[in-house]
Design a protein around this ligand. Structure first.
Ligand code: FPP
Length: 249
């Protein structure tokens, strides 16, 4: 049975019984948002982090169990040191806040990406966040891609699998897609149904290439700090207007 989210006149309705289980978002456009306002790029990231918080709570309130956000890619280290450290500071701030609120607000956080390369304090905070989150009876999970690149994830998984083969724990001929996906950072997380990229860019940029093989895509021109519940609603209406066939007819 379909039941609909109440909308204001003129707005399309969202069928709450057919929501995606997992949404991935490439949080793009922070720099351009800041430039338009004559602000430093770091102000764009600060505004983007606020948007992340409100979108995350909106997804939770709608009942979407998994949200994955691209926070820092393996290529983002090439940015000026000041910008990299501002992003790391924001992550620290929001993780500390999440640590406090996870239990009360019923969510947990996981990380996708090679967190071993992060500054030690932030890496320890990530590990603590995962540990505390594991104790929460969470209906909702946020996955933060941090020092993440999809190809890097696949290479790390392939190395771990090859080691298991070399040491006799698994047989090479037994490899299946399902078995391989257990070596990925995303193990245990369903594939994203919908991937959203704001800011007018029409690329995947190494975000979940394995997991997104059958995802629906939604591209929009809003810059990430301007992204809000209304834009997400539009993405959901668009998603619900599509027929997913997974290669069938
Ligand atoms: C892309 O915009 C954004 C990033 C590389 C950083 C995203 C980080 C945050 C939103 C802050 C912390 C995250 C969390 C989860 C609290 P861009 O800088 O490439 O924008 P541009 O293309 O306009 O330059």
């Amino acid at each position: 049975m379909a039941f609909f989210k109440k909308k204001q006149a003129g707005e399309a309705e969202i069928d709450l019984s057919r929501l995606p289980k997992h949404i991935g978002i490439i949080m793009d456009g922070n720099g351009r948002w800041a430039k338009k306002r004559g602000l430093p790029r770091t102000a764009g990231h600060a505004a983007g982090a606020e948007t992340f918080r409100s979108v995350a709570y909106y997804c939770r309130d709608l009942g979407i169990p998994y949200l994955t956000v691209y926070a820092f890619s393996t290529e983002n280290w090439k940015r000026p040191e000041e910008e990299v450290s501002a992003i790391m500071d924001l992550l620290r701030k929001y993780l500390l806040e999440a640590l406090e609120k996870m239990q009360k607000d019923g969510f947990r956080i996981r990380f996708l990406g090679d967190i071993t390369a992060l500054p030690e304090e932030l890496r320890d905070l990530c590990l603590e966040t995962v540990e505390v989150g594991n104790q929460v009876d969470a209906k909702y999970q946020i996955n933060v891609c941090l020092n993440y690149g999809g190809r890097d994830e696949i290479i790390r998984a392939a190395k771990a699998w090859a080691k298991d083969v070399a040491e006799g724990r698994v047989l090479a001929e037994d490899l299946t897609e399902e078995a391989f996906s257990r070596y990925l950072d995303s193990r245990g997380i369903p594939d994203p149904d919908l991937i959203i990229r704001p800011s007018g860019e029409l690329r995947l940029s190494n975000f979940l290439p394995w997991q997104g093989a059958y995802s629906e895509f939604y591209f929009t021109d809003e810059l990430w700090p301007d992204f809000d519940a209304k834009v997400l609603d539009k993405a959901l209406v668009s998603y619900q207007s599509r027929q997913r066939r997974f290669g069938g007819v």
